[in-house]
Structures are given as structure tokens and as C-alpha cells.
Design a protein around this ligand. Structure first.
Ligand code: COA
Length: 169
């Protein structure tokens, strides 16, 4: 299968923060930002795999700085690492005060997206090839993150089994 460069899955999405998307403090609602993160990661993964994808996991999202109403929020994403059917996608969130030009990185996240076929089964994807310093750094450190996710998945499965569907709801 043909290999693909990280840059081939690069996605940029910029929006202005407007009142319907803010909390009572006038800053971007966290759930909205998480939806944006999932959106751009899915587009990056689909650009890489050229197939349907599902989100298998999202690593922790640390909201490092608030994003204020009237500021812009820009998300960048690309595929950093690939397995057989899974892709790690890196998402960086940058806020900008459009009056002063001040910018800061407000959040970072790694997501794992899995390519699926028409029967919903995981399907093989092209291998990703890093080129820039940043891409190589993310690629080289990805195996370690994948190991942590494997461990976390096992723990989630254990908790799901332990506390199944027997609660009142
Ligand atoms: C993700 C999913 C397709 C995996 O299917 P599966 O039959 O369990 O397949 P596997 O265990 O072989 O996993 C397939 C790949 O996904 C990876 N994967 C599965 N769950 C993962 C998780 N929680 N975190 C990271 N990677 C995961 C596996 O490591 C494997 O990677 P590889 O093919 O590159 O080696 C399946 O669990 C699913 O459909 N989950 C729900 C997804 C969804 O609905 N997302 C939207 C959120 S509401």
C-alpha cells in the first residue's frame, strides 16, 4: 500500500467565538471545543485513510487558557502515527485576540481514529511518513503513547464489565 506524508492530512479550521458557544463567563464552552477537536481529527484521518473513520479514543484535553468571546480559535491537525487500522491524530488549538494579535496555545490533544470498512470492521490504512522536525518528534514518541492507551483501554474494559448495565437507569 502507498505511504502518505503527514502533511497530506493537514487540516486547519478557524472560527470566531460567538455568544451561543460561550459559557456564563464569556469563554468558549469546553464541550464545543471538544467537538471541534473531534471534527478536525476525523477530517485528517479520512484524508489519510480515504475511508470512513470512528474515534476510538481521545487522550486527555487540558484547557491551558480560556478562549474569550470575540477572539478567534484555530485548530490544526494531522496524522502523526499509524498502526494497521488506527491513526494517531495530533490537534493543536490556538486562540488569538484579533485586536492585539496576542496568540496562545489553549489546548493540545491526541486522538486515535480507526478506519472501518462497509461492514464496520477495522481496515488497513497507508503508513504515515513524517518529514519535518515536529512530525518526526511526534512520530518517534507515538509508540509510548500507544502503549499507555492500550493499558487504559484494558482498564476501561475492566470497569465496564465490573459496573455493567445493572444500575437503575
Ligand atoms: C474502535 C473500534 C472500531 C475498534 O474495533 P475492534 O473490533 O475492537 O478492533 P480492534 O481491537 O482490532 O482494534 C482496531 C484498532 O483500533 C485500535 N483501538 C481500539 N480501541 C482503541 C482505543 N480505545 N484506544 C486506542 N486505540 C484503539 C487498536 O489498537 C487497533 O489498532 P491497529 O489496527 O492499528 O493495530 C470499536 O471499538 C468501535 O467501533 N468503537 C466505537 C467507536 C465509536 O462509536 N466512536 C464514536 C464515539 S461515540
Amino acid at each position: 500500500m502507498e505511504k502518505k506524508f503527514c502533511r497530506e492530512s493537514f487540516v486547519v479550521k478557524t472560527s470566531i467565538v460567538l455568544p451561543p458557544d460561550t459559557n456564563s463567563y464569556g469563554t468558549l464552552f469546553g464541550g464545543k471545543l471538544m467537538a471541534y477537536i473531534d471534527d478536525v481529527a476525523a477530517i485528517s484521518a479520512m484524508r489519510h485513510a480515504r475511508s470512513t473513520v470512528v474515534t476510538a479514543s481521545t487522550d486527555s484535553v487540558d484547557f491551558l487558557h480560556p478562549i474569550f468571546q470575540g477572539h478567534s480559535v484555530c485548530l490544526e491537525s494531522f496524522v502523526t502515527y499509524t498502526g494497521r487500522s488506527s491513526m494517531e491524530v495530533f490537534v493543536k488549538v490556538i486562540a488569538e485576540n484579533l485586536i492585539t494579535g496576542d496568540r496562545n496555545v489553549c489546548a493540545l490533544s491526541f486522538l486515535t481514529m480507526v478506519a472501518i470498512d462497509e461492514k464496520g470492521k477495522p481496515t488497513v490504512i497507508p503508513e504515515v511518513v513524517p518529514q519535518t522536525e515536529e512530525e518526526k518528534n511526534l512520530y518517534d514518541t507515538a509508540k509510548e503513547r500507544a502503549e499507555l492507551r492500550k493499558k487504559r483501554r484494558k482498564e476501561s474494559e475492566m470497569w465496564a464489565q465490573k459496573y455493567g448495565t445493572d444500575l437503575p437507569w
